[in-house]
Design a protein around this ligand. Structure first.
Ligand code: NDP
Length: 293
């Protein structure tokens, strides 16, 4: 391996420390702690793990955590009613409804019901539009974490050729907007892209957010590129436990790239740290204070 391994855990720990200091300063100014409300519908084990980590991180940062566990039989109207109550609750600065939602609930209707200033996931169309037009927005946590790691590696992204593989509203599109905001030259690739390996070979920066285990091979990577692997894929193992791999064939890509994020331990921890930061930012904006450091 020749690439530097980008340590997402260490970067996340440093960010969480900064957020905890920001929370203490906010408490002193506002006389209350920032609050994050999480909503989990049903018992999906992966979602339950994510929500537990988020609630733990909230408490560790010194913020208030309000968790709402709902049965998967809940109606859309009841869920929208809860979101309405959280919108109106002055102790709640951030609202996170864990996705995916059961099939009988329209996720986009739920997202569009969240008050945009409390939309710490940054999925509301108002926030997507504000990001695209360069206005202050709540920005989705995963791409925000990827951008932070890229800036830590490269300093400036100005003029860099960046290829984002994936065009979801959650990762790919906001990632591309953030890179454009940093003056990178951005290509967004997806399932209909022709000659994807050739497209990726031109990239100084690759962000893979596809959901296909180890799809991006080592010989797709330009020597010296920075590779950010967003993918989280469980693949079977002989012992039946399975293991997590990214969208990039790590060992191969690490022979060619200058730096690469591992899976696990790369983008995942930064995503949760950014959720903490987004909650702190939302609290500041709602209190009429300048954004924290
Ligand atoms: P989506 O399924 O919403 O989007 C996947 C994207 O990949 C789509 O745009 C799709 O193209 C594209 N794609 C699929 N197959 C190919 C292919 N063969 N070649 C090129 N592009 C392809 O996924 P998400 O964006 O929500 O998530 C992507 C990955 O990131 C998943 O593994 C997910 O688990 C992980 N993730 C990790 C997070 C973290 O914290 N680390 C947070 C969020 C997600 P098209 O639009 O044409 O269908």
């Amino acid at each position: 391996m020749t690439a530097r391994r980008i340590d997402g855990k260490a970067a996340a720990a440093a960010l969480r420390e900064r957020v905890a200091a920001g929370v203490a300063a906010f408490r002193a100014k506002a006389g209350r702690a920032p609050g994050l409300a999480t909503v989990l519908v049903g018992e999906d084990p992966a979602s339950a793990v994510y929500i537990r980590s988020k609630n733990r991180a909230t408490a560790e940062a010194g913020m208030e955590s309000f968790h709402h566990q709902l049965p998967d039989t809940i109606s859309e109207a009841e869920l929208l009613d809860l979101v309405g109550r959280l919108n109106a609750d002055p102790a709640v600065d951030g609202i996170l409804v864990q996705l995916p939602l059961p099939g009988h609930i329209d996720a986009s209707r739920v997202i569009e019901t969240i008050e945009p200033s409390k939309d710490v996931d940054g999925f509301h169309a108002m926030n997507a539009g504000r990001l695209a037009t360069g206005l202050p927005a709540m920005v989705p946590c995963t791409p925000l974490g990827c951008l932070q790691m890229l800036k830590d590696e490269l300093g400036s992204l100005s003029g860099a050729n960046a290829v984002v593989i994936g065009r979801s509203n959650i990762v790919g599109k906001p990632m591309a907007q953030l890179l454009l905001g940093e003056s990178a030259t951005v290509t967004i690739a997806h399932s209909r892209t022709r000659d994807l390996p050739d497209v990726v070979r031109r990239a100084d920066v690759v962000v893979a957010a596809v959901g296909r285990p180890e799809m991006v091979r080592g010989d797709w990577i330009k020597p010296g590129a920075i590779v950010i692997d967003v993918g989280i894929n469980r693949v079977p193992t002989d012992d039946g436990k399975g293991r997590l791999v990214g969208d990039v064939a790590f060992d191969e890509a690490a022979e060619v790239a200058a730096a690469i994020t591992p899976v696990p331990g790369g983008v995942g921890p930064m995503t949760i740290a950014m959720l903490m930061r987004n909650t702190l930012v939302a609290a500041h904006r709602r209190a009429g204070l300048n954004d924290p450091e």
